[in-house]
Each structure stands twice: as structure tokens, then as C-alpha cells.
Write a protein that binds this ligand. Structure first.
Ligand SMILES: [Fe+2]
Length: 235
């Protein structure tokens, strides 16, 4: 049995597989809201019959909401592809997106004003398998941040462990609503993610049709391909 370095941070236990000399806690993605006063966490896990890269890309898809997620369905006819400012480093890709506000369901419909100009989100993918989706409702500073590690169990099975934090309805009685919204979003995404090719996305060569709205996904694939090549060169 080989002992592996671990570190407990931000509600997760991080394991450093591979070369133990390269284990660096500084590479753990930031989640500064976790554990802070005024932020209430919920957490859970779920599985996907898909490669982890397809799961990450679902959280980087800037245009799918009106076509996949029920609260956004009424916005389909107004769907627009805006230019994206995609930020890329060796460790993450990220962009900011504004959307027409969704029809809120559950408790949110009672506490969030209907006629807001927009809601926004910052979508981030940390290499290789972490999503952060930070939603700003553009109403009284209310935010929900979804942070997930999508762990490859095999080429075609991914285990997601997630934490969601909110800075509104921070009492325990709001937890069920928060969990329900997150799990329903997962179930809606699951149908699409599991219809994707079972191969890792970053080795795809012209088999997928990517559109202008897929710039963040393309940036993630390029970053993963680059990281994979540099790891191969080291070994
Ligand atoms: Fe989604």
C-alpha cells in the first residue's frame, strides 16, 4: 500500500495521487466563501456515466441554460451569444456571463425580485476536474456558489462531490430548497452529459461541432491538452 499526501481544505479532503514530490497545497483551488460567516453550506454527491471532462464542460457551457434548465425555458426565444472574455492560466479557465433572469422556482420566487435586468455568473474550470459556478442574482447581493470536484472513477464513470454555499436564507430551513435546486439542475444536465461521446473531450479532433458560445469549453480543452503534454514530457 502506498501512502498518498492529503490535505483537508475548504470542506474537502484533497488527495495528491501520482508523484508525491509534486504535491503542492497551493494548487488547491480557492473557495474563500466556505466557512465564512454569512454563507450557509449544503453538500452532496452524485454520479455520471460519462468521462469527467464532459461533466466539467457542462459547468462551462455558457449557453445551454434556456435549453436544458427548466427555470430558464421561458428565455429560449431571447437566447443570445455575447462575446466572452475568457481568462486562461496554467491552472484554470474562467469567464463572466450575463443572462436574462430565469423564472425562479421554489423559495427563490418569494425573495427575489422578478423584473431584474439580468442575473450573472462566473464559470470557472480548475484543471483537471473542478467546477466553480458563482451565481449572482443581481438582487440585494444574493449569491449561490457551487463548487464541485468531478472525480474520474473510470473512463466512463465520474463521481461528483459538491458543496453549495448561499448568502441568503441562511437558516437551516432553507437547506432543502438549496439542495433541491442543485440536484434538479444535475438531473437536467445528466441527460445531456451522458449523451456525449465517452472519450475524453480534450483528445477530440474535429468530432464535435463547437460554436462561438463554446469558447470557454474550447479554452478548457486546450488547457487540459497542454497540461497533459507537459506531464507526459516530465515522465
Ligand atoms: Fe447545466
Amino acid at each position: 500500500m502506498t501512502p498518498l499526501p492529503i490535505q483537508e481544505t475548504n470542506g474537502f479532503i484533497w488527495i495528491f495521487p501520482g508523484n508525491t514530490q509534486l504535491a503542492d497545497p497551493a494548487l488547491i483551488p480557492p473557495f474563500p466563501e466556505f466557512g465564512q460567516e454569512g454563507w450557509r453550506p449544503v453538500h452532496g454527491e452524485y454520479t455520471w456515466n460519462a468521462n469527467f471532462s464532459r461533466v466539467v464542460e457542462s459547468g462551462l457551457d455558457t449557453s445551454h441554460a434556456p435549453f436544458v434548465h427548466k427555470p430558464f425555458f421561458p428565455n429560449r426565444d431571447d437566447a443570445v451569444v455575447h462575446p466572452l472574455d475568457v481568462k486562461v492560466t496554467d491552472h484554470h479557465v474562467s469567464t463572466y456571463v450575463q443572462l436574462k433572469p430565469p423564472k425562479r422556482l421554489g423559495l427563490l420566487k418569494y425573495i427575489i425580485k422578478k423584473d431584474r435586468d439580468y442575473s450573472s455568473s462566473v464559470l470557472t474550470g480548475y484543471l483537471p476536474c473542478i467546477n466553480r459556478i458563482a451565481i449572482d442574482f443581481n438582487w440585494r447581493g444574493y449569491q449561490y456558489i457551487y463548487f464541485a470536484s468531478n472525480i474520474p472513477v473510470s473512463d466512463n464513470l465520474t463521481l461528483t462531490k459538491w458543496i453549495g454555499v448561499r448568502n441568503f436564507l441562511t437558516q437551516a430551513w432553507g437547506d432543502n430548497n438549496s439542495m433541491k435546486n442543485t440536484v434538479e439542475t444535475y438531473q437536467e444536465d445528466k441527460v445531456v452529459v451522458e449523451s456525449q461521446p465517452s472519450t475524453p473531450s480534450w483528445v477530440t479532433q474535429g468530432e464535435d461541432l463547437l460554436l462561438a458560445s463554446d469558447q470557454l469549453i474550447l479554452a478548457y480543452r486546450k488547457a487540459l491538452a497542454k497540461a497533459t503534454m507537459s506531464e507526459a514530457a516530465k515522465s
